[in-house]
Design a binder for this molecule. Sequence first.
Ligand code: SIN
Length: 517
Amino acid sequence: MKVMQTDCLVIGGGFAGSAYALYAARAGLKVALLSLGGPLEANSDWAQGGIIYDTSPDPELLSRDILEASDGTANPAAVRQLVTEGPVAVRELLLDELDVEFDREEDGQLQLTREGGHSARRIIHARDRTGHAILSAVANRVASTAGIQRHTGAVAIDLLTLSHNNENPEDRYAPLTCFGAYALLEGSSEPVAIVAKKTVLACGGLGQIFQHSTNHPGIVGHGVAMAYRVGARLIDLEYVQFHPTVFYGKNAPRFLITEALRGEGAVLVNVDGKPFMDKVHQRGSLAPRDIVSRAIHDEMATSGEPCVYLDLTGLDRTRLPDRFPTVYQSCLNHGVDITREPIPVVPAAHYSCGGVHTDLEGRSNIRHLGAIGETACTGLHGANRLASTSLLECLTGAKFTARADARDIDSMDFRLPGPRAWQSPPEEADPTLVYQDLNLVQQTMWNYAGIVRSPRRLTRARRILLELREEIQSFYRDCRVTRELVELRNAVQTALLVVHAASLNPHSKGAHYIIDE
Ligand code: SIN
């Protein structure tokens, strides 16, 4: 087995992972950066709305909005870090250094929009392609930075720990310590071991364990599942946020319809064209996401219709193609001209508020294993995330974690062991079974552990998933490892973890809504 060695192994090449790589390399560390697809194939690239840039004299207002969206459950220390350090990081890296092309007013000032749960306009954006504008700028800088070795098309299989993957018997009794990961690199069917002083999980969320999701294909909680298998502390996994507005068409794929449209005046209406959010919350269509998603769910259940609509009559429709080109073109491709008609929408799984528990410098409970971005949970979002905090969290998390790692690695007395060799079984996995099993995970999660949960539904989900996990484990033992198999194994594990967390929490709060049926 081939063994590679580096200072930091970053698993995930979205905004969090790429920004971390940049900060760490600049601090003198050697970085291996693995991404599932190309440099832009990540959830961050699909982020439409924007990133908070709050330079108002009273940051308390933003703190209050984050806490209110979280239903009072967010971690105040994490909120404080984001609110005070976020604007500094945006200015330094995105504005001053990379000069990301955010939209500006005629006088050159940054244009500000708002989204659900925000009491003020404080979100900067690059039309409705904010994530793409940011990630391309960062990925370009990564490509020209010495010290970063990028591996595209790479999937991490399992984390290496002293107790699990090392021949030295004494290490079995040492504190849990991570020293890298096994991975499948592009073009090879034989796993390699990447041995590292620090391993950082930046694998994004878990939206694709649900049948309907805004996430990139393959985003099934890789970080959470790998961390779980080596004993990391996971937290808040029941809080899966559903985005209220995803395009609905009978034979069309689901894609995000940015909340910024509602920030600019779009209103949710039912099939009769009647607004229904004003009776639910004082902010109407701009209420926090959990509340809007549930209201849509209820409206659909009452009307028996497969969707509700986003009415755009309050906006200057002639400006829509220019301000929201992604939404405009994607809807047009599926027969809806948003300059003339409302958009049919439904909710879909969007963001995991929980994840691998870390401190504010990305450290997990396992030595030398960190997590950042959506994979991590500092408690910033509590039970429900405020819109446009995620890109900002990626940035501040990356900066603070890389800075701490540069310090920690410098003073680290750590002997990197040789890992156990990987044993490859000869059999090939049957792709039809792999595909069907993933479908079953996704349907089970959508139907029994989605927007509205109940103890009975969760019990049903658990039973199905436990049986499925048995099947998949035996597959995994007997077959040659492939990306699809890794994905399936992690999907079923993550799904079980979400169901388990949801079953243990009988209290409806934020994105976790449980009825007694
Ligand atoms: C959106 O544009 O509605 C998504 C932004 C986010 O999830 O913060």
